[in-house]
Design a protein around this ligand. Structure first.
Ligand code: FAD
Length: 305
């Protein structure tokens, strides 16, 4: 219930105004976001890479409402890739792109063409792109864009969400050689007709999907902080004789940092999802929805500020 309410607030302009102006939000944002500028993204990437981690960078922003905004986001990603290359970080840095930020709601073809420009810029500096997955109304469109982009850029990564009932089938289709697939639980509010409501059902689905990906021939990207699922990931890697160059763990910047470093020390590839930019509100709300314990704290600080 609380999760659904927070995710609904993520799309409510009055709540957005209240929260983005609150100083307490700023301090929470600092935990999850590298900073406002490309320079912040590059600096934090450097620090993480020095600690033995890889990164995937997200220029914050979504649900772009006009072509100019979609073009600006596309340009910003190309600029980011140049800056990463200039700093000698691309690779191991790659980028994660939300298609809604590059125009999917306006015209899926426009979003595909903008994403293609970002793939081109990534390939030019020797790295790649992963297409983030948004709510279920966009899943088919995003997978269509993925298959179009993979014709020229086969390393383009997909994201599948274990909370959707369809995902085990999607995993089977995408578990082929060369296919990079990030498996996460899913961060949006979805109706029961398409998604599992109960946390245990989501976890069970995650394990079924993980089994398909780890048994397959692709490159699974195990995106979770859940200690049980991380342990199952490690166990499946041993079972399927997967070497560290054939799969990776992924976690969000600011979440379970010790575990990120523990996995890296144990020889696994660990990639950190690192957002930066000023448009942090929906991202912060999704992180709060995952951590209801923070919400009471956050609400109290909001009232007293
Ligand atoms: P949970 O059961 O939510 O969390 C397990 C434990 O992790 C918690 O008990 C807590 O200790 C810790 N934890 C989890 N979240 C937080 C938090 N916000 N703050 C503090 N501690 C926390 N979702 C999408 O829908 N589309 C995407 O494209 C997408 N990309 C992602 C990329 C990466 C690299 C990662 C790690 C996640 C991504 N997600 C995406 C989010 C994902 O779907 C989940 O919402 C999120 O990872 C929380 O699920 P969990 O597996 O960590 O398990």
């Amino acid at each position: 219930m609380l999760r659904t309410a927070i995710l609904a607030a993520a799309r409510t302009p009055t709540v957005e105004r209240l929260i983005t102006n609150a100083s307490v939000a700023r301090s929470l944002v600092a935990r999850y976001v590298a900073g406002d500028e490309v320079a912040d993204a590059v600096r934090v990437s450097q620090e993480l890479i020095a600690d033995g981690l890889a990164v995937t960078l997200d220029q914050l922003g979504e649900d772009t409402e006009d072509e100019a905004g979609a073009a600006a986001t596309t340009e910003a990603y190309c600029g980011l890739l140049d800056a990463l290359a200039h700093a000698g970080l691309a690779p191991p840095a790659e980028v994660s792109v939300k298609l809604s930020a590059v125009g999917q709601r306006l015209d899926p073809k426009l979003a595909t063409e903008n994403a293609r420009k970002i793939c081109q810029a990534a390939a030019a500096v020797g790295t790649t792109v992963t297409l983030d997955m948004e709510d279920h109304t966009t899943t088919d469109l995003t997978l269509d864009t993925l298959s179009t982009l993979r014709v020229d850029y086969p390393s383009t990564g997909a994201v599948l969400q274990a909370y959707l009932r369809r995902t085990e089938t999607d995993c089977r289709e995408l578990a082929h050689a060369g296919s990079r697939v990030r498996l996460c639980k899913g961060a949006y509010a979805e109706p029961e007709s398409v998604g599992f409501e109960n946390a245990l059902d989501v976890d069970r689905s995650y394990v079924r999907c993980l089994n398909v990906l780890m048994a397959g021939e692709g490159y699974p990207m195990i995106a979770t902080h859940d200690p049980r699922l991380v342990a199952i990931g490690e166990e499946r890697a041993r079972w399927y004789d997967r070497t560290p160059d054939t799969f990776e763990f992924q976690m969000l910047y600011g979440v379970r940092s010790d575990e990120q470093r523990r996995l890296a020390r144990d020889g696994y590839t660990v990639r950190i999802y690192l957002p930066y930019g000023r448009d942090w509100y929906p991202y912060l709300m999704r992180r709060l929805a995952e951590r209801p314990a923070y919400v009471a704290l956050f609400a109290r600080s909001l009232v007293s500020s």
